[in-house]
Design a protein around this ligand. Structure first.
Ligand SMILES: C[S@@+](CC[C@H](N)C(=O)[O-])C[C@H]1O[C@@H](n2cnc3c(N)ncnc32)[C@H](O)[C@@H]1O
Length: 287
């Protein structure tokens, strides 16, 4: 269902999931911050650029883009009311005058045609209902020759510490359920988790982009995701996703143990794999 602002009702990002991201935006930024070096090196944003940040969340990358683009500007678009509100508040706090936000579904949002030089996204492009339509809509927003640069999760291999650690964490938590039931999870959050993998294979990226982009490159990058200052702090954060869930002291200790192998001087960090995708809007794209 689409509202007049272009956001879908019942969207997980306008429910508990979006509110959780908005309440913990700096945590999530620390979690994903390791991606920024690769994203911004590839995006090569320079003074005067007009940047579109797709699925910008609380806008950390929009603000970085805006600083790089000055005297140009950056616009973040996101489907989540709570996150756009948080992005605007953070931008005012940080005094970034050339970053702005629009609430909308990037798949259908009416962007100014050819209004941007580069579109970026840090993990905001996996959730579309129809990737081909969505990336064509973004292509319409790009000028001829405009660049698309995004990062999305790779299918976790055996080397993925993140998937190993979070899998073990979930199993320990499920064992604590009094009736042996699985830990309750917001169904919307589960849907978003499934969507996270929608571009996990390069063929999926190519299928989504090839009609409206050329020079498509899909390169693996290894990053570290950061979950907290210490195992106890990381457990607090991970349990905050299910606030009604009570866990025993013994389970909490077992949960901390699952994360202890990843405790470093720079916090609890797990190795994870992402794709860095770069492409250029096709001149002959029928956008
Ligand atoms: C994993 S979060 C990443 C947020 C942000 N890019 C960051 O790095 O902190 C995914 C974001 O995509 C947004 N999103 C999901 N579907 C969207 C859509 N169809 N149009 C615009 N934004 C969308 C969500 O609201 C959420 O903010």
């Amino acid at each position: 269902m689409t509202t007049t602002t272009g956001t879908r009702r019942g969207d997980p990002w306008n429910g508990a999931l979006g509110r959780h991201w908005a309440a913990h935006d700096q945590r999530f930024d620390a979690m994903l911050g390791d991606i920024d070096d690769a994203l911004f090196a590839a995006a090569d944003i320079g003074p005067g650029d007009r940047v579109l940040d797709i699925g910008c969340g609380a806008g950390a990358t929009t603000r970085t883009a805006a600083r790089l683009a000055a005297p140009g500007h950056a616009v973040g678009v996101d489907i989540s009311g709570p996150l756009v509100e948080r992005a605007r508040a953070r931008t005012a706090e940080e005094g970034v005058g050339n970053a702005a936000y629009e609430l909308g579904d990037a798949q259908t949002h009416r962007f100014p045609p050819g209004g941007y030089d580069v579109a970026i996204s840090r993990g905001g492009v996996m959730f579309f209902d129809d990737h081909v339509t969505a990336f064509a809509n973004v292509a319409r927003a790009l000028r001829r020759g405009g660049r698309l640069v995004f990062v999305c999760p790779r299918a976790p291999g055996p080397q993925s510490e993140e998937s190993t650690a979070l899998g073990l964490f979930a199993r320990r938590l499920a064992e604590d359920a009094p009736d042996g039931a699985q830990a309750e999870a917001d169904p919307d959050a589960r849907a978003a988790h499934t969507a996270m993998a929608s571009l996990a294979e390069p063929y999926q990226v190519h299928a989504a982009l090839h009609r409206t982009y050329e020079r498509i490159a899909v390169n693996p990058v290894d990053v570290h995701t950061r979950w907290g200052d210490s195992p106890a702090d990381a457990v607090d954060f991970l349990l905050s996703r299910t606030p009604r869930r009570q866990v025993s002291a013994a389970t909490r200790a077992a949960l901390e143990d699952t994360l202890r192998p990843y405790a470093t001087a720079r916090g609890v960090r797990t190795r994870a794999g992402v794709w860095l995708v770069t492409a250029v809007r096709r001149d002959d794209a029928r956008v």
